[in-house]
Design a protein around this ligand. Structure first.
Ligand SMILES: C[S@@+](CC[C@H](N)C(=O)[O-])C[C@H]1O[C@@H](n2cnc3c(N)ncnc32)[C@H](O)[C@@H]1O
Length: 281
């Protein structure tokens, strides 16, 4: 299959209004406008627009971070509705892509580490943060862009890589639409195992359960999702100990929808909590 035939397109771009612009190296890019309404509160304005740059409407699989995915909007809805869980917290966005979930988290958090594995994707996230700087006071000071590659976690650190100290300060991890490939899911869970490190932290993972028809089994299969469920069990058996209680559960997606997208039943949100046990007195 050629690279052109191998391209993937997020559903979001079919229904979201966008404008084409010329990006670096004359590549066509698009700016999408995500309009959302915040719940009425004394502290927050009630309407917001977000402008987000995409690299292209379609990308090869390695560049999926240059598009926005429905699971990201599901996670953003959850953050807005449950914003008290995120207020003044230090948050790390795993596989942040264009940076939308980092920007929404930054409306409430004190620090957000927006992480991904490639310089191109992080550059785009940086541009999106600049583009939305007027919406949230101090946005570019709240969000720190850091490289974090789940496949190379623990290798030689460069200037922009997440430091061990920064990782240890994170209280809540968020990860939108990161479950679509078996090897990447294993690498993501190895990273989460390292990052949780038996301390009290929370992880939110949104995903779209993707089904394929297996010619071998003559049935519909969900390989990445099934592997994700196995990884959750392994994470629990690796981290649950006398010092740490680890729980995971699927979050009910009946919270209000602030962004415009189809909230399909295949969209899921999972919550993992690790709690340090304190010795009984
Ligand atoms: C489907 S996209 C989701 C992007 C964004 N969170 C969203 O929902 O719109 C998957 C993300 O995982 C990132 N990713 C893929 N491999 C990675 C790796 N080895 N380390 C860190 N992030 C990775 C991609 O660059 C991309 O941003």
């Amino acid at each position: 299959m050629t690279e052109e035939e191998n391209k993937v397109l997020s559903d979001i771009h079919v229904s979201t209004h966008y404008e084409e612009v010329n990006g670096a190296n004359s590549k066509k890019r698009v700016v999408s406008r995500f309009v959302f309404t915040l719940p009425i509160s004394e502290e927050i304005d009630s309407d917001h627009d977000e402008n987000l740059k995409d690299h292209n409407l379609e990308t090869v699989l390695a560049d999926v971070g240059l598009q926005i995915w429905s699971g990201c909007l599901l996670l953003c809805d959850y953050i807005i509705y449950n914003n008290t869980e995120f207020i003044n917290k230090t948050i790390l966005d795993l596989g942040a892509g264009c940076g939308l979930s980092s920007i929404v988290a930054a409306m409430f958090a004190s620090t957000v580490y927006c992480t991904d594995y490639s310089d191109d994707i992080l550059d785009l996230a940086r541009e999106n943060i600049e583009l939305n700087n007027h919406l949230i006071p101090d946005l570019d000071n709240i969000i720190e862009i850091r490289k974090l590659d789940w496949m190379n976690w623990g290798c030689v650190k460069k200037e922009n890589d997440l430091s061990v100290k920064e990782a240890s300060e994170v209280e809540v991890f968020i990860a939108a639409e990161v479950i679509y490939d078996i090897d990447l899911t294993t690498a993501l869970f190895n990273t989460i195992t390292y990052l949780l490190d038996s301390s009290s932290k929370t992880v939110y993972i949104s995903l779209e359960k993707r089904c394929n028809f297996s010619v071998n089994d003559l049935t519909v299969v969900t390989p990445a999702y099934s592997h994700f469920l196995e990884c959750l069990e392994i994470l629990q058996s690796n981290l649950q100990s006398a010092d740490c209680r680890l729980e995971y559960n699927r979050v009910s997606c009946d919270f209000p929808q602030y962004f415009k997208y189809s909230r399909l039943k295949e969209l899921e949100l999972w919550k993992i909590t690790s709690k340090k046990r304190y010795p009984k007195r």
